[in-house]
Design a binder for this molecule. Structure first.
Ligand code: PMP
Length: 772
């Protein structure tokens, strides 16, 4: 435990205390290290350590240390411990108060023979194995003991390493920042989510090279119990490993020796081995970040920086390879493989795709990713690297959310059939869905994809009105069927498209207050765009079936229409008897934070709402919700049926998604972290003029890059570059918008504040890397 160094009591006061409380005399020699400790040699040849308590050490913490040492000693694991020598009156601590100064508290401890690992000759393999063995014996000795005071955290608690991440910005060198960011990311994404389920026990928690004593090539003692706490036991090993790996050409081979010793005494489980390397990385990241923090406080205090350079050297060796390989090498002595390779390598898959899959299907990134696992906001590739998923709004409540998975599995094992039978799920789910919507939207159709749902929405509008013409928004995408391509300017105006709308499709301008025909984010701008809809209507010369738009424009460039837009547009459409269709496939289900549905931001009630993507958290599912009257017109004798839509499994999954959203309060969370992310990115506008605009609602955010803030010349190449560099740093983004210069952000709703801050820091660093 770290103790702030104060001017400190003099040796004389310590000597007086020694005599007063313990009746001992002798020579006192200050020991090296951060804390004020004295070696005491009594005239009769006995040796102790007098340990002055730091002002921040509570009685409970001291009591905990004492108990842990006694328990370890009692277990007789073959090494020495600094047991407490009680005062003449039987107390653990001796206290002296002075009339002028603060009280002095101290403990007298048994002297532990040997020298610190750091001062001993270079460790042999046997010594490393012995280290592992000793730590495992210690952990076993304390396994199962109940020490309520050990339920605590402190600065070096490896399960809370993330609290240091905000200090990454104190590291001056951008390359070092990048590496440390990646270490923390690995810890957060791979280790953190698994820690709670690992076996816990009271651990020493700081088996560094100054606290492990050796004698004749064997571990002889363990000192400084100030950091002991209840933790996953594997943290003990992870904390010790970096010190055993310092200065090595092949650090993982050295680390594996320690693992071998540990595993021989306390066999490590596969789950523990899966987190071991990420934990080691977390510990190293904390070490160098704390150094950066301390440098700001006192750059001349050399004792603070003794391992810093060596830690950086180790970090650079460990970062050179893949995390999966590193994990495998550390685990080698156990015979277990924490990262078994499954399936074909990337190159083989690419080749197979070329042979077997239609070429029109694209693949993301210059160097494509092979993803093998997903969890929470993270995806993991075949090399064991985690990626923060910032674009996938499908896995809404987190990748592979266990409650959603379980709901699907459970229902799949009982019944899956179609909507021609009665079962509870369909109507139960429809009730739940309608409860989130304005009252008049009370009738549901369940389908399998956003495209299918938009198709049905168009049929509903056309059947209800008996008309065909449709208003669509410039830059919009609504799906991949023939009809939907025909109403998606994103496609028909884009590459491979006919370049003009069919006669029944009428394009209205995109309500983009940043680069569109009306600029601004006020009511007047919103209404001006709304009136554009009226103008296009007037030009058609015949009544239309309706108007379809997303509430916020995704493919159009993450555009947030100005207030008043939809209300005015809807007025014009309804004045000619048209229906207003809202596509919430991308933006719905609480993403915008302030509301469940993004159209609610505009204070309108549509006639038809289309839902998809997040509705089943990745299970193919979609819905159309409309009014009873519109649904009734559609019931004109032609039967509506889809084999899979609304099946019991889909309904169970849909319900689980709603349950998780409610129980994890994800809508409020989206507002919280989304605002943090938007504001953080907006803050970078002062640093880099290429960030032309940052806009967003909740976790739907767009960052528009420009070469010139006046001409708004799109910075498309820069946007592409940024996305690829962010991917190299473990964050997945994409670009969109008519000029391809908008960074699209729409992550799973479970992203946390630490991840948000990583994105903002990395965004700044990556932009700085891209030449202006
Ligand atoms: N509407 C919007 C706004 C979309 O973004 C998409 C898909 N990207 C769709 C509809 C079509 O959904 P799906 O791909 O599930 O057919």
């Amino acid at each position: 435990m770290e103790t702030p160094v104060t001017s400190g009591p003099s040796r004389d006061r310590a000597r007086a205390l020694l005599e007063g409380a313990y009746g001992l005399t002798g020579t006192l020699e200050r020991l090296p290290g951060e804390n004020e400790n004295y070696r005491v040699d009594t005239p009769d040849g006995r040796r102790f350590v007098l340990k002055i308590a730091g002002s921040d050490q509570t009685a409970a913490a001291i009591e905990l240390e004492t108990q842990v040492v006694e328990l370890a000693h009692a277990a007789d694991i073959g090494i020495a411990f600094p047991r407490v020598v009680r005062t003449a009156s039987g107390a653990v601590t001796a206290e002296a108060t002075t009339p002028d100064g603060p009280g002095l508290r101290a403990r007298l401890l048994d002297f532990v023979p040997g020298v610190a690992w750091s001062d001993a000759p270079a460790a042999t393999r046997d010594q490393r194995i012995d280290l592992g063995r000793t730590l495992a014996r210690f952990d076993r000795a304390l396994d199962g003991v109940r020490l309520p005071a050990a339920r605590r955290t402190h600065r070096w608690d490896l399960t809370a390493a993330g609290r240091h991440r905000s200090n990454i910005s104190l590291i001056a060198d951008p390359q070092r920042r990048r590496i440390v960011e990646a270490l923390f990311h690995l810890h957060a994404a791979v280790a953190q989510p698994r820690l709670a389920r690992l076996p816990h026990g009271v651990i020493h928690g700081d088996a560094n090279d100054e606290n492990v004593f050796v004698d004749g090539g064997r571990v002889s003692g363990l000192i400084d119990f100030g950091d002991c706490l209840l933790n996953p036991m594997v943290c003990e090993l992870a904390i010790a490993l970096p010190y055993a790996m310092l200065d090595a050409d092949d650090p993982l081979a050295r680390g594996a020796d320690v693992v071998a010793g540990y595993d021989a005494e306390r066999p490590l489980s596969l789950a523990e081995l899966q987190v071991l390397f990420p934990l080691v990385c977390g510990r190293l990241a904390v070490t160098v970040t704390v150094c950066a923090e301390r440098r700001r406080i006192d750059p001349d205090r050399s004792s603070w920086f003794v391992t810093e350079d060596r830690a950086w050297a180790l970090i650079s060796r460990l970062s050179a390879g893949d995390p999966a390989d590193a994990g495998r090498r550390l685990a080698a002595p156990t015979g277990l493989d924490p990262h078994p390779t499954t399936g074909a390598p990337k190159a083989t898959l690419l080749e197979a795709r070329r042979r077997r899959i239609g070429r029109a299907l694209s693949i993301a990134y210059d160097d494509p990713l092979k993803i093998v696992r997903g969890s929470g906001p993270y995806l993991y590739d075949d090399r064991g690297r985690p990626f923060l998923d910032l674009v996938n709004n499908v896995c809404h409540v987190g990748h592979c959310h266990p409650r959603v998975v379980e709901a699907g599995q459970r229902q799949m094992a009982v019944l899956n059939t179609n909507t021609r039978y009665l079962y509870d799920g369909l109507t139960e789910y429809a009730d739940r869905l309608c409860a989130t919507l304005p009252d008049r939207l009370d009738t549901c159709f369940l389908l399998n994809s956003g495209s299918e749902a938009n198709e049905l929405a168009l049929r509903l509008a056309m059947t209800h009105t008996g008309r065909r013409d449709l208003l669509v928004v410039d830059g919009a995408y609504h799906g991949h069927t023939s009809t939907l391509i025909a109403i998606s300017p994103y496609k028909f105006m884009g590459r491979g498209g006919p370049g003009r709308p069919e006669s029944w499709v009428h394009v209205v301008p995109i309500a983009d207050g940043y680069r569109g025909r009306h600029r601004g984010r006020d009511l007047a701008t919103g209404r001006a765009y709304g009136d554009d809809v009226g103008r296009v209507l007037d030009g058609i010369g015949r009544p239309v079936a309706g108007f379809i738009t997303e509430s916020l424009l995704s493919c159009g460039g993450q555009v947030i229409p100005p207030p008043g837009y939809l209300a005015r547009a809807f007025e014009h459409v309804r004045a000619v008897g048209g229906l207003c269709i809202i596509d919430e496939v991308q933006v719905g289900f609480g993403r915008v934070g302030s509301h469940v549905w993004a159209f609610q931001l505009q204070d309108v009630v549509p006639d038809i709402v289309v839902m998809g993507k997040p509705i089943g958290n990745g299970h193919p599912m979609a819905a159309v919700v409309t009014t009873r009257a519109i649904a009734d017109s559609f019931a004109n004798g032609m039967e509506f049926f889809t084999t899979f839509g609304g099946n019991p499994v889909s309904c169970a999954i849909g319900m689980a998604v709603l349950d998780v959203m409610r129980d994890e309060a994800l809508q409020a969370h989206a507002l919280d972290v989304g605002t943090r992310l938007r504001d953080g990115l907006a803050g970078l506008m002062d640093v880099d003029p290429r960030i032309g605009d940052v806009r967003g609602e909740g976790l739907f955010i767009g960052v528009e890059l420009v070469r010139d803030r006046l001409t708004l010349e799109p910075a498309r190449d820069e946007a592409d570059r940024l996305v690829n560099l962010m991917k190299e740093r473990g964050m997945l983004l994409s670009t969109d918008g008519p000029h391809g210069n908008v960074i699209k952000i729409k992550p799973p709703m479970v992203l946390d504040a630490e991840d948000v801050d990583m994105v903002v820091r990395s965004f700044a660093d990556v932009l700085a890397e891209i030449p202006r």
